[in-house]
Design a protein around this ligand. Structure first.
Ligand SMILES: [Zn+2]
Length: 408
């Protein structure tokens, strides 16, 4: 009898592990210039945008080359930490700053994680990345990527998948990265079709209704002429899509340029309002770790990104509290503080938020531009503020709420 009970218990535990419901799909589209994406006809990306969080106004904070950019996207840190500054991947520091997939497995060792890439260096030159499978298809062969992804999506135990498409970048290099180039637009529309095929396969999973997938899509850089790697706006302007459960598309606009480590003018405070490439890894970890003991912001990991999971609003469907709206309120902690201030908002109605910080003389000392985005938590680096008392004013949906805090 005792034996039967323990077998039953073991089975229960095993099925819990096997059915980890929180799952991540990241689709990477190499070299997709932001203004060209807006120009192209992309019904499948639009469908993800329709209930999700997105921006066309994010800024690249590193080197606009694939090796360093994808490393930032997958590691959650910028190149001064992951060390990749070129497509040779020399100087890589993945032992200290690995892919998020490695961090995910440190806490959830049973995750099954697969990457499907076309561009070989991303597979061959990356180590310590904890993928269970690294699948490589020929460069530019989007249909092969799709078919590999469809096969993987038939595996009920799949937890994390990264699928990469190179068609836009290849076409940009051969005929021009431009919204006015029909060949480039055509490549974008082809990749959009691939995204649709993958989403169909994802939504056809037998247990899809019981699973909680987050889908994150981004590019590594834009382009100018037939190249990239510089610091022009068309190379640095990037976009970002996260699936969510909003009733309407939730667009982040008015994002200030935080500068970049490549240009030597990176501004940490402005960067808080910029959905950056490093946010993809942190958002993915936050999603996988919710409801577990795992900490997606483990300070030892020294991540640069922030999580946008609360902005995607995947935790609770919108509308639950519509009949009984909570009052808008904010909470600050720690207070007094020395270097860091966390601000929690009750923002059930997804109002526009504009936080400002003033000193006691009424001079504005910090501002942020979060618009049309539901934020429930904001971490503010206040290292640059002198000791003293300050006012944090948050405008939520036209109402100002002010709180005093002290820097010690
Ligand atoms: Zn390229």
């Amino acid at each position: 009898m005792k034996k039967i009970v323990s077998i039953g218990f073991l089975f229960f535990i095993t099925s819990l592990w096997a059915s980890q419901p929180r799952k991540v799909l990241i689709i990477g589209i190499d070299g997709l210039r932001t203004d060209a994406l807006q120009q192209a006809n992309t019904p499948n990306l639009d469908a993800l945008i329709a209930s999700g969080f997105y921006t066309y106004e994010s800024w690249h904070e590193g080197i606009t080359v694939s090796g360093p950019s994808w490393s930032t996207i997958m590691c959650g840190v910028e190149f001064p930490k992951h060390g990749v500054t070129s497509n040779s991947y020399s100087g890589s520091n993945y032992n200290n700053y690995p892919y998020f997939t490695k961090r995910a497995k440190e806490c959830l060792p049973d995750l099954y994680q697969v990457q499907i890439v076309q561009w070989a260096p991303m597979s061959d030159n990356v180590y310590n990345d904890a993928w269970d499978q690294k699948i490589k298809v020929c460069d530019g062969c989007g249909a092969n990527s799709v078919s590999a992804a469809q096969t993987q999506l038939q595996n009920a135990n799949l937890d994390v998948m990264f699928v990469y498409f190179d068609e836009c970048d290849l076409t940009g290099h051969s005929t021009g990265f431009s919204p006015l180039n029909p060949a480039y637009i055509n490549a974008i529309q082809t990749v959009d079709g691939h995204v649709g095929s993958i989403m169909n396969a994802l939504q056809s999973r037998p247990n899809y209704a019981q699973e909680d997938w987050i889908v994150l899509i981004t590019t590594d850089h834009g382009g100018i002429g037939t190249g990239h790697g510089g610091n022009t706006s068309t190379e640095r302007k990037i976009w970002w899509i996260g699936s969510g459960n909003y009733p309407v598309a939730n667009q982040l606009t008015g994002v200030s340029d935080p500068g970049s480590y490549a240009m030597g003018n990176h501004n940490d405070v402005t960067a808080l309002g910029n959905p950056s490439q490093a946010d993809i890894a942190v958002t993915a970890l936050d999603h996988l770790f919710r409801g577990t003991e795992c900490d997606p912001f483990n300070p030892i990991w020294d991540l640069d990104g922030q999580s946008w999971l609360d902005s995607l609003h995947v935790e609770a469907p919108v509308g639950i509290s519509e009949n009984k709206p909570k009052e808008i309120s904010i909470k600050l902690f720690p207070n007094p503080t020395t270097d860091f201030l966390s601000v929690w908002f009750e923002n059930e109605k997804n109002e526009t938020i504009i936080p400002l910080i003033y000193d006691q003389l009424g001079n504005q000392v910090m501002d942020f531009k979060f618009t049309n985005v539901n934020l429930n938590k904001l971490n503010i680096d206040i290292n640059k503020l002198a000791k003293g008392a300050y006012y944090l004013t948050v405008n939520i949906g036209g109402n100002n709420i002010t709180r005093l805090f002290t820097v010690e």
